[in-house]
Design a binder for this molecule. Structure first.
Ligand SMILES: [Zn+2]
Length: 318
């Protein structure tokens, strides 16, 4: 009997799903807007219809679904499947996603942290394929991570392992969204870069960065990258400082874990060409030679699909 696995990736603006065959080939992919105001029931109904259509096109049906893995960007109760909170999806708070999905699809459902799944995907099918110990970092609006040891997700005793964005790298440093000070996320993430860029551009209204900001209408990481490319001094300073802080975080990971590879994913990793040089230079400054020589530092290979492949791997193993 032909059996299939579904991986559902919940995001603040869109929800995507991939269907996999039991052997791991991708049967199809679909995506819907999250429409936060309409709530989870509406989103699940729209997603179910899309998946139904997608499977019908491939001569499959929903009753062949053998398991579902959900990639969650916010905290949840793994056992019960209750969502505590999701970024941008406030109406999902307190919703039991596992119970609802297993009822609709009549299949077992597992919930997993999005960065852990992306780590799993990159470790088994992406940049870390064939390697034993893979550290994965998302370099995006925030900074997250997942650690794969001997092919398995390392969860930690409370499920909070490898929250690399919240390692302290500066005593008394910038305040972080988590409430602490000096976290990596508060010093190197996309939102940290944007915050600093706005502050410094306002204080330097004659700078190229200020002009780029006013011309584009928004200060984003792309504005700072554009300024860096155009040799703007202020942009370069902000960007280099963020990359140096990121390097300190990665160096700590390499010193502690001695992994085979550190894979960098997330939105800003798409600008890999502009930061891999400075990142690798800073890593040499902060890391012992031997563990650094033994560790590859690479961009993620699967793009937006890292977590989809990770979800499949988890389901196929269960
Ligand atoms: Zn923090």
């Amino acid at each position: 009997m032909k059996r299939i696995y579904l991986v559902i990736d919940i995001g603040g603006t869109k929800i995507s799903a991939s269907a996999f065959s039991s052997k791991g080939s991708v049967l199809g992919f679909t995506r819907i807007p999250s429409n936060p105001a309409d709530g989870p029931e509406d989103a699940i109904r729209r997603l179910r219809n899309k998946i139904d259509g997608l499977l019908a096109d491939k001569k499959y049906s929903l009753n062949k679904v053998r398991g579902i893995c959900v990639s969650c960007p916010g905290p949840f109760d793994k056992k019960s499947g209750l969502i505590y909170r999701l970024p941008n999806l406030h109406s999902w708070k307190g919703f039991n996603l596992k119970r609802r999905l297993s009822k609709i699809f009549r299949a077992p459902v597992i919930l997993e942290n999005d960065a852990n799944l992306a780590a799993m995907g990159e470790a088994h099918s992406g940049a870390g394929k064939g390697l034993r110990n893979v550290a994965y970092i998302t370099f995006s609006t925030g900074i997250g991570g997942g650690l794969i040891l001997d092919g398995k997700i390392f969860e930690g005793v409370t499920g909070d392992a490898f929250e690399v964005g919240h390692m302290t790298i500066s005593k008394g440093g910038e305040k972080c969204g988590c409430g602490k000070r000096g976290c990596l996320e508060a010093l190197a993430s996309g939102s940290a870069i944007e915050r600093k860029a706005r502050k410094l551009a306002v204080a330097n209204k004659g700078s190229k960065l200020y002009r780029l900001w006013k011309n584009s209408g928004a200060m984003t990481v792309s504005t700072v990258i554009e300024g860096t490319r155009k040799s703007d001094r202020l942009s370069r300073m902000i960007w280099n400082e963020a990359i140096e802080n990121l390097a300190i975080g990665i160096s700590n990971i390499i010193q502690i874990m001695n992994p085979d590879i550190v894979v960098i994913g997330g939105g800003i990793s798409k600008s890999w060409n502009i930061f891999k040089g400075p990142l690798k230079r800073h890593l040499k400054k902060y890391t012992w030679k031997r563990p650094l020589q033994g560790c590859d530092v690479k961009k993620a290979m699967l793009g937006d699909f890292s977590a989809h492949y990770g979800g499949y791997k988890l389901l196929a193993r269960n």
